[in-house]
Design a protein around this ligand. Sequence first.
Ligand SMILES: [Zn+2]
Length: 444
Amino acid sequence: MKKAATKKYNRRLRIICCDYINPQKDNKSSLQRNGAIVLTPVGKSQFKILDLGPVEKMFKKHGQKEVEVMDFSTQLVIPTFFDMHFHWVQDAVRLMPKDSLLEWLSKYTWPYEAKFKDKKYASDKAKLFARELVRVGTLGGACYSSLHAHSTDLAMKEFVGDFIVGNVLMDMNSPDYLTHSTKEGLKSVETLAKKYKERYALTPRFAPTTSPELMKAGASVARKNKSFIQTHLSETKNEIDYVLSIYKKLKGFEKVKSYTEIYEKTDILSSKTIMGHGIYLSDSELKTLAKTKTAIAHCPTSNAPVKELGLGSGLFDFNKTEKFKIRWALGSDIGGGPFLSMFDVMKSFVQQNKKKKNGATYEKALYRATLAGAEILNLDKEAGNLNVGKWANFLVLPAPKIKKDETTESVLKLLLEDKKQQRTDLDFLVEHTFYKGELFYSKV
Ligand SMILES: [Zn+2]
């Protein structure tokens, strides 16, 4: 069978000549100037990575066969991004006034999400958002849709890459125009989890708007279908007070001491759970997250001060999170975060931590924006970096000029800290986006 397939397509090896950075860990990556990535065809039009290294070595090893050469030798290649927390239905509220999280939600975000009830409107928006994702180089991650089941269907259909998606569940403390009954919410979970299995994410919006009954029953459906679970946790102090004031009045929750305990009691913490934010967590809450192997999506541009277009939620303590051995990765949190590019997220992460000298480097940010996300989604054997055997998912970028003693850190710094650069420019930094070796975007 294999031979027949090869013969039928008569596919050649492809050699990509380029500089590249291949992230491995927080403080480990390889930077190769004058390098080459060798791709091998799989099926009709896709490619996996066969080899990579210095260009001369790669041609010596593979160049004697019939090969197709793609010359990006003046450019820099990195793996495509995983954005581990974003709301595709909040594109239009990214730049709305963000004086407080709860006000921003009720004043701008919820009325906007209600528009996605209209299937035609939602379908047009999904097509546009899918194009934006490939333009910024995000080809994987964890996505929230509106509460309408079709908004999850549309994201699944239109987005290129490896995403988990879920419809937000809102069966209490929600506005009349954006709510469903517990029964309706559960029905949507049953249908979508069965349909998409591990690509689906049970998505309670957050504890105030999703009843414990719905979370608990949803968690059981998610487990049965090997689906993921995602929600928000401890983003702001006001939110925590609000959550506890609600739950202390609910039967069985009268004695809860923390936000995390609520999620523990509703069975949604697990190795397939991703909590957005987690800024204000006590040691005992961190212990609970570690024990249940729950991961965190950290969204620096959303948490950033209001003057930097964020919600001013606070600074995530990644060192403490790591001390508790909790897995975490970066997310844009569109629309809490103002821009979709993970370059903007990486830069904000580095800049906000600069004064602390706590190890927030660009090298770390790149790992947390790529492979760390793939690891949380259990996709690291096939995606997340440029290692041999993985799908050829990569971005072509302008390469900063060679400087003496350069490292991954200095190259990324040159790329992202150009003085003439505006924040919005980072949304347009990618020159080509490849998914499984196929070209999906080119900047003209
Ligand atoms: Zn969010």
